[in-house]
Design a binder for this molecule. Structure first.
Ligand SMILES: [Zn+2]
Length: 189
């Protein structure tokens, strides 16, 4: 059944109560017991109309924000170019300091990872790091370089990171909290 500009989908199951969920700006999901009459469902929906409409509006606003913040392919290219210029000299400085050799440096567009280090010492960095403060980029570099010493996240690994960046915990925390919204801007990759 369709009400105004949104769809109401009814999903019946062996449950005892009716629940209403907003599944996006134009979809309302009603979970109902197997034998609740259609008229009764309509009454419940009508009764909850103000709640439904305010939540549909909220969902629409959220979708719009996500759409606006998504990076275009051109913007991603631009960030990748910036990263290609920024990372290699910075990696060299820290690699010398830590005393490790590195292989190739690659810039990637990724939704879930900030960087990685292969067993051969090839490094890759997410171009979205260019949207993070430089001290955060440094942390990711040092983190990956320390994997040249320890291919794990053992206490020995973290001790090596701390030797170079005594405040690495704050930087790591920043990535875990603020960083999520930045990763969410990646649409491809
Ligand atoms: Zn790691």
């Amino acid at each position: 059944m369709t009400e105004r500009d949104y769809t109401v989908q009814v999903l019946r199951s062996r449950r005892k109560t009716v629940s209403i969920q907003i599944k996006g700006p134009s979809l309302v999901l009603v979970r109902a017991p197997l034998y609740t009459p259609q008229a009764e469902l309509r009454r419940i929906i009508e009764e909850n109309r103000p709640w439904i409409e305010s939540h549909l509006e909220k969902a629409a606003r959220q979708e719009e924000t996500t759409r606006q913040e998504a990076l275009s392919p051109q913007e991603i290219d631009e960030l990748a170019n910036q990263a290609l210029a920024w990372f290699p000299p910075r990696v060299r400085i820290f690699a010398d300091q830590i005393g490790v050799r590195v292989g190739r440096i690659t810039i990637r567009n990724q939704k879930t990872r900030w960087g990685s280090c292969s067993a051969q010492g090839n490094l890759n960095f997410n171009c979205l790091l260019m949207l993070c403060p430089p001290e955060i980029r440094d942390y990711v570099i040092v983190h990956e370089l320390c994997h040249r010493l320890e291919m794990n996240h053992s206490p020995r690994f973290w001790a090596a990171v701390e030797k170079v960046l005594p405040d690495y915990r704050q930087r790591r925390k920043w990535l875990k909290t603020e960083g999520q919204a930045i990763l969410a801007r990646m649409t491809a990759g």
